[in-house]
Design a protein around this ligand. Structure first.
Ligand code: CO8
Length: 257
């Protein structure tokens, strides 16, 4: 499919979104964000796709929103176009989204990473919110997602100071799942993605819904949702197959129904 600012392709049930504006370090302009979100939604509906990967290139993930595009905005032009509202749609994607990060993931680039479910980063990767240095602030979920990840004191420190954290620091704070040699990041991300494609898709979907609910719902409501989702898995052929395969001492073959 032809997109101007991203490459999108499916590889063995993994739908890949590769950011592709290398001349400006993958700075995210509005069309690019629209293309990313539309592709994520398309993969979410596509039965051939089981897992989604978002990646940059070997040098950079994304150095933030396109500052040139943003610099002449006014409060009213922003209010009317509401360019960041499209980001909310990423939260509605049901399939697992893995981020594969080398180099800078700053501002909107870090926000895109934080919208993903698992993050695999190279040792040289850098994450941060430099917006404060531009006289603005994160606007695509950064204050919310980082706070949910590391708590308000640490989030304030990073967002106020506008400094970048190393992959190791991000890993120690629980933001990043795995840190590995830069040249192995893509391979490792695809390895994890393929591992996930072998799991029961309905389980993955309901686990994602339940875990995300834990961040927003009161405990008792989250427990109820988890329980309903557990019960729902018993309506799937994959539950029958999974338990039968266990009894027969063979690997299960899940179909996503
Ligand atoms: N927007 C536009 N162009 C950019 C951006 C950007 N964010 N980042 C880099 N570029 C361009 C540079 O202008 C330069 O272009 P040119 O070659 O034509 O001069 C090219 O990319 C290469 O950049 P540098 O020469 O600066 O490369 P360095 O390796 O020296 O430095 C840095 C790399 C440190 C990443 C540096 O480029 C930098 O500081 N970039 C800006 C980082 C930043 O402030 N990001 C936050 C932007 S604000 C934001 O994200 C708000 C989020 C709101 C929601 C998001 C909605 C999309």
């Amino acid at each position: 499919m032809s997109k101007k600012y991203i490459n999108a392709y499916i590889e063995d049930s993994v739908g890949v979104v590769q950011l592709n504006r290398p001349d400006v370090l993958n700075a995210l302009n509005r069309q690019m964000v629209d293309e990313i979100v539309e592709t994520l939604e398309m993969y979410d509906r596509d039965e051939k796709v089981k897992v989604i990967v978002v990646k940059g290139n070997q040098k950079v993930f994304a150095a933030g929103a396109d500052i040139e595009e943003m610099m002449n905005e006014s409060p009213l032009s922003l209010e009317l176009a509401d360019p960041f509202a499209v980001w909310d749609r990423i939260q509605l994607i049901n399939k697992p989204i893995l981020a594969s990060v080398n180099g800078f993931a700053l501002g909107g680039g870090f926000e895109l990473v934080l919208h993903c479910d698992m993050i695999i980063a190279g040792e040289e990767a850098k994450f941060g919110f430099p917006e404060v240095k531009l006289g603005v602030m994160p606007g695509a979920g950064g204050t919310q997602l980082l706070t949910k990840a590391i708590g308000s004191r640490r989030a304030l420190e990073w967002i106020w100071l506008g400094e970048s954290m190393t992959a190791k620091q991000a890993n120690e704070m629980g933001i990043v799942n795995r840190v590995i040699a830069p040249e192995l990041v893509e391979e490792e991300t695809m390895r994890v993605a393929h591992q996930l494609t072998k799991q029961a898709p309905i389980s993955l979907r309901l686990i994602k819904e339940s875990v995300k609910a834990a961040e927003d719902l009161p405990l008792i409501e989250g427990m109820k949702l988890e329980r309903k989702n557990f019960y729902l898995t018993f309506d799937s052929q994959d539950q029958t197959e999974g338990m039968k395969a266990f009894a027969e001492k063979r690997p299960p073959h899940f179909k996503g129904v």
